[in-house]
Ligand binder design. Sequence first.
Ligand code: ZN
Length: 509
Amino acid sequence: MLAAGSKVACHTFVFEKTGPIRVGSAAARIARAHAAARDLGVNIHPRHLADPSSPKQLHRAAYDAYLRLKAAAEADGIPPNLLVIVSGYRSIRSQQSLWENALNRYRDPNIARRWVAPPGGSPHHTGRAIDFSLGTRNDSSNIPALRSTVAYKWLVCNAERFGFTPYRNEPWHWEFNPPGFPTSTGPSVPAAPPRPTPIPSRSPAHLPVYAPPARRQEPSSSPAEIPIVGLPGFSPPEEKALRITTMFETGRPLNFGGLTGNFDNQGLSFGLLQWNIGTGSLQPLLREFATRFPGKVQAIFGPDAPRFFDILQPHRSLPEQMQFARSINDASQRNVVEPWRTYFARLAADPDFRQIQLRHVRWLMDVAKTFARRLGLRSERGLALMLDNVTQNGAGWLKPNRAALIQQRKAEQERQTGRPLTERQFLAVIANVVADTVNPRWSEDVRRRRMMIVNGTGVVHETPMDLARQFGLTDQPWETIPGVPSWSAPAPGTMQYPRPLSATRLRAP
Ligand SMILES: [Zn+2]
């Protein structure tokens, strides 16, 4: 049985803070890491093995982290017979026989590759990958059951703290790759000092601070590259939309801890969708947290907790709140200063605050879906565009003037071409209307960001992106409606728009 208050109740996922071991797992690098694992390998105590009769090894650093993780799991009520190790370090020779079995089973190397890496290409060669026992069969045919185990949910909520990152295809497979761990040369070189948290180069309108693409990749570029991890409570098209917009907002997909200063005159912005003080969108999340978890507020914000949460109360005026927010920015008003950065980092790591964030995302996603339905958008690309609109321009983004302009341009184009717009063409119309109707100062940034979704590719901050490859974004329907053709543009004059809700406006443009 689980202890009361167990962290398993968390429904958030652990997201890669650093690239997992698969990153750039070129054969030579794997081989170096392989050699290092041989040097630094330690024997796993039989008590921690799923099959105590078959000795296994791990890289020393991974084993140390595993021991801490295991103790924490047991303290949280995970039974000792779970989260034991099924597989750790593998020699290239042992991988050879696994690979041959997989080839026999799947008959197609490209499919086999999703489940077993070819010899020389497995993260297990590094000694830093662990296959855990979750209490049910570790098998590709058993994924839903594995994902529903208590042990898996515990890992999802907690493994990141111990330096482990998940692998989408295999709930049982986790890799030890904490920030600062040398990735390319393997563990044989002295550990590099932890990389400083990059200070994102700010751009107006929260244009993406671009971080390298999600680096979790199969050794080959199979379709399995699509980094859908199964965010609880979100469909795959919703998750793709959220990953894209959160990357635009925070520089990293699903970055719960995005923190930016007052560069856009919103005081400070925090979290997945950069809720902020200036538009009043952040205060409700913080107040909810304080009401439900008063003890945590004390632990996270320390001596500053009383003053901070007093200023967040609804009876305080916005100018007062903004003045406070500015006071915890540095002189450039671009960066939040210490100890507040630390406070917000703690808050971002808290499972209960992550849940609060996700609930607010859920609400915004539903608003986005409402717009997609009203505009007749069927593709997941269309849903992604709607989420980006409501995130950056608020739940009231489709104001009457915009709705009229969209209809007008659509009709114009259809007259010119003599045929109805495709959905993508219609999305381009919407994207350009939004860009043309925001503050001219943000206009081109907004256009670049929205057109990136429409086209699927683009360059942001000099970094080329490919949403199909990085996020699996397609033109497939985001919901199935029996009997409805895949794309039917709304007839002129029938397009509906909801009343503007200025209170829910989130961002400046
Ligand atoms: Zn594995």
